[in-house]
Design a protein around this ligand. Structure first.
Ligand SMILES: [Zn+2]
Ligand SMILES: [Zn+2]
Length: 248
């Protein structure tokens, strides 16, 4: 069983840490002058997704506030019902994520995860948070190669900031799917078929909504496939939380 540091103690530790060692911006390397390793001007310059579809997170082609879903999600809704993804997968976010994912630069991942946590808190002001977060599982071979699952690292930060439970061991990756980079949407879907499986005979309790957590959403094929598996196991709703997405 994991032990959790009480939230008040955790916040005190963070404040004490930044009082002793002022933050250094991960992007411009200047002192951040605040309780974060990201300075205000770099934070404001990060490429945000403007006016996203509430379901898939792609920018909507209209500024009309009455429109909340894109044409694709209206015609063919994916299994998940909501996406909360603050950033476009453009520099410097793309470089920070690549460093986090492939070169063990965990500070960049933590700082972006903190930004994601703030964004989620704002998006759910009038809406209950899901019951749990599920990091997209990596195949064991990939974890051995990388040393960690980046989605779990993001989920840890979200859990701490949003006080939400991380659920592990419910679903696993059954196949070490080839890298998705460079594949078309159809090839990605084929590549992911039966890539995830529920462990044992697990079934969600009634009214359990879940948020799946990933670093980047590209075509949405991975989160769609995981959502399908989780809904089949009784999840009431699947939300998608990610740092960035590629935009059309
Ligand atoms: Zn900066
Ligand atoms: Zn959409």
């Amino acid at each position: 069983m994991s032990t959790r540091i009480p939230e008040s103690v955790y916040k005190w530790l963070i404040n004490a840490q930044f009082a002793l060692f002022p933050g250094t911006c991960i992007h411009c390397r200047q002192p951040s002058y605040q309780h974060s390793d990201l300075c205000d001007s770099c934070r404001l310059a990060l490429p945000r997704v403007k006016n996203p579809c509430t379901v898939c997170g792609q920018p909507l082609p209209t500024d009309n506030v009455a429109v909340s879903r894109c044409g694709t999600c209206l015609v063919l809704p994916p299994g998940y019902c909501r996406s909360v993804i603050p950033f476009q997968y453009h520099p410097p976010v793309s470089a920070l994520i690549a460093g986090f994912k492939y070169r063990h630069k965990l500070t960049g991942g933590r700082v972006l995860s903190e930004q994601l946590a703030c964004h989620i808190a704002r998006q759910y002001q009038d809406y209950p948070l899901p019951s749990m977060v599920i990091p997209i599982p990596l195949h064991n071979a990939r974890i051995r190669q990388r040393g960690y699952n980046q989605a779990l690292e993001i989920a840890r930060t979200l859990s701490r900031y949003l006080d939400i439970t991380i659920s592990r061991g419910i679903v696993c990756r059954t196949r070490n799917t080839t890298r998705q980079t460079g594949l078309s949407a159809r090839e990605r879907q084929r590549n992911l078929r039966s890539a995830f499986a529920i462990v044992g005979d697990f079934h969600f309790a009634a009214n359990t909504s879940v948020a799946v957590v990933d670093d980047v959403v590209t075509t949405g094929a991975t989160v769609s496939e995981l959502a399908r598996v989780l809904l089949k196991a009784g999840a009431s709703e699947v939300h998608v939380w990610a740092i960035a997405r590629t935009v059309a």
